[in-house]
Design a protein around this ligand. Structure first.
Ligand code: ADP
Ligand code: MG
Length: 238
């Protein structure tokens, strides 16, 4: 079953074509990694999927629903950013459940949801702290909790580990992998790090200059790179 389907997607800023006809499908419970060098259009593609940027042409579907012109808040998508994007004045619990607060969910129910999600991320002891009192790894767990609590149809991650040091990066990567295996959440994950891509992905789209240079499983891309660019980028043996 295809959960997310993108076809003929283009995005221009003025005369600059940042995305040139992107076609991508992500199966239900799939973990697609968009892998490519800085500036190739990965964040732009995520932002268009999230509805933070409008597509210039093409279409985006979730299940049988065309969401190309749907507002970001009505897309049933949650995004995790490199910079965490937490509300500094709110507690961890309130950061995690703010989307429920907006929907008018009662306080006791929100607290319970915050506790459940925090336990799955091993941050239950931090619920009453503010973001400034947390390490980078803990902040990113809060941001992941905020996405999880919404049970969206699709999770988007934009280089969520890039601000973490090596040890935390490996720990948080393993956490994301465990969560994906447990929750089975359909995800699109952006990185320029090939080992991250190989570890997490069910499918990889290698991107170059606004296009998908190759789409396949990690093993296929590693063993049979479609071009010299892909081979160099994923570190395939010559
Ligand atoms: P990546 O995430 O792969 O590093 P981006 O999607 O951020 O790449 O950017 C791709 C290209 O689009 C870059 O050349 C960038 O300068 C350009 N770009 C991104 N956002 C805008 C914008 N709002 N206006 C003009 N150009 C942009
Ligand atoms: Mg980017």
């Amino acid at each position: 079953m295809t959960r997310l389907s993108i076809s003929g997607l283009r995005k221009s800023f003025g005369v600059v074509d940042v995305l040139k006809s992107v076609d991508i499908e992500v199966e239900d419970n799939g973990f697609l990694v968009l892998l490519g060098p800085s500036g190739c259009g990965k964040s732009t593609l995520l932002n268009v999927i999230a509805g933070l940027e409008r597509a210039t042409a093409g279409s985006i579907r979730i299940d049988d629903r065309d969401i190309t012109d749907v507002e970001a808040k009505d897309r049933d998508i949650a995004m995790v950013f490199q910079s965490y994007a937490l509300y500094p004045s709110m507690s961890v619990a309130r950061n995690i459940t703010f989307s429920m607060e907006v929907r008018g969910v009662p306080r006791a129910e929100r607290r319970k949801a915050a506790e459940t999600v925090a336990a799955s991320l091993q941050i239950e002891h931090l619920l009453d702290r503010r973001p400034a009192q947390l390490s980078g790894g803990q902040r990113q767990r809060v941001a992941i909790g905020r996405a999880l609590v919404r049970s969206p149809k699709i999770f988007l991650f934009d280089e969520p580990l890039s601000n973490l040091d090596t040890q935390l990066r490996l720990e948080t990567r393993a956490l994301i992998k465990r969560l994906h295996q447990r929750v089975g959440a359909t995800s699109v994950y952006v990185t320029h790090d090939q080992s991250e891509a190989m570890t997490l992905a069910t499918r990889i789209a290698v991107m170059a200059k606004g296009e998908v240079a190759q789409f396949g499983t990690p093993a296929e891309i590693y063993a049979r790179p479609a071009s010299v660019f892909v081979a160099r980028f994923v570190g395939s043996p010559p």
